[in-house]
Design a protein around this ligand. Structure first.
Ligand SMILES: [Mn+2]
Length: 378
């Protein structure tokens, strides 16, 4: 459906009635549930994490499907409410030491039923979309028992006190980019404290290209220090510890060219950061977040490699005498799974996928954690 860019089974089957019926039967089967499909993502990830320090990287992405006001096909609003589709929030395992991708761990897929009318602060965490950051990490716990260490890693959306508390409880480490200034246990503010820390090192770091930004070499200045983060003053959070000991690693770009918004990351982490090397290591790990953005991009745009592969499958299928236009009764063994699931089906669709690779304004931000902060260099 993502590759074919539609949830309409008839369109996905491209006029092939037998295919449409099979598709319908598959999805209508009692054993085919969203939970079971998500569970299957991680089949081979559990063994792969053994003995490693795993970066458990999570992020949310919007998957947009074309609908009409008359026919929403059960899809809720995404973006600023101008599009309809589903939200995908996966947790990806990456080896912290060598950056290799170990597979998916857990995740959530949902569509919004409507708009919220209660203000964000008055809702229990379980009633907020931001709960996904916590529950997705907790769901991966059984798969990570053999990992040497686990660091839950996310962008500014994951700057959630309850996530830091939950990670400590799970014996997970955490790295998150700060979204907003917070109170520290001594009543001072996080940003005041990090601004007051001495700049201890400088380094040039290559930043990969993003949607609205070319790749560039950034000249960064480093600060770090231990902090005691105070629990936010919200009666719904009273069950959490009064404060949490964390470290802040502050990297900010100096000498940025005019017209370029300087990068400024304030990374909050439970890892011990006592040396310059420790602090740069946190920055390096945070940079691995780029891998999940690549994952979304490949999923949504059917990168050339996937297309080439689908061409190969189609060619070998026709060589083997399987004519897909004739009812598709014969499946070539090279195509993984039923034909309608094969990437070959994305070919020939009239519209080019218009997914936006990691939308610059994820709906979850506008709904849950609306902020006036700039969206670049997340
Ligand atoms: Mn995000």
């Amino acid at each position: 459906m993502v590759a074919g860019k539609t949830v309409c089974l008839r369109q996905l089957s491209r006029g092939n009635r037998a295919l449409e019926v099979r598709f319908n039967r598959f999805l209508g089967h009692d054993k085919v549930t969203v939970d079971r499909i998500i569970e299957s993502w991680s089949n081979s990830t559990g063994p792969a994490v053994e003995g490693r320090h795993v970066l458990a990287i999570q992020d949310t992405s919007e998957i947009h499907f074309n609908t009409t006001p008359q026919r929403r096909r059960g899809l809720g609003e995404i973006g600023k409410g101008n599009n309809h589709g589903v939200l995908l929030h996966p947790l990806l395992a990456v080896d912290a030491d060598d950056g290799s991708c170990l597979g998916l761990l857990s995740g959530q897929i949902w569509t919004r039923a409507g708009r919220r009318t209660t203000s964000h602060d008055d809702r229990e965490l379980s009633d907020k979309e931001s709960q996904r950051w916590i529950s997705t990490a907790v769901a991966a716990r059984p798969l990570l028992t053999k990992a040497a260490a686990v660091t839950v890693l996310g962008d500014r959306e994951s700057d959630i006190f309850a996530l830091y508390a939950s990670s400590a409880k799970q014996h997970f480490h955490v790295i998150a980019r700060s979204m907003h200034d917070r109170k520290l246990a001594d009543r001072s503010s996080l940003y005041e404290a990090s601004d007051a820390m001495a700049a201890v090192d400088q380094r040039m770091i290559q930043l990969p290209a993003r949607a609205a930004r070319p790749a560039r070499l950034a000249h960064l200045e480093l600060r770090f220090g231990a902090i005691e983060l105070a629990r936010p003053q919200n009666k719904l959070l009273h069950h959490l510890p009064k404060s949490l000991p964390l470290a802040v690693v502050d990297v900010r770009e100096i000498n940025a060219e005019t017209g370029i918004e300087p990068l400024h990351w304030r990374l909050l982490t439970s890892h011990e950061v006592t040396s310059i090397e420790d602090a740069w290591r946190i920055v390096q790990w945070y940079k691995q977040r780029w891998i999940i953005e690549q994952f979304f991009r490949i999923l949504k745009t059917q990168e050339p490699q996937a297309r080439r592969q689908s061409d190969r499958i189609r060619r070998s299928a026709s060589q083997a005498g399987c004519d897909r236009r004739q009812g598709g009764r014969h499946h070539h063994p090279a195509s993984a799974g039923p034909q309608w699931w094969s990437p070959a089906h994305s070919r020939g669709l009239r519209q080019r996928p218009n997914w936006r690779a990691h939308s610059p304004q994820p709906a979850t931000r506008s709904r849950e954690q609306a902020t006036k902060e700039p969206t670049s260099a997340r």
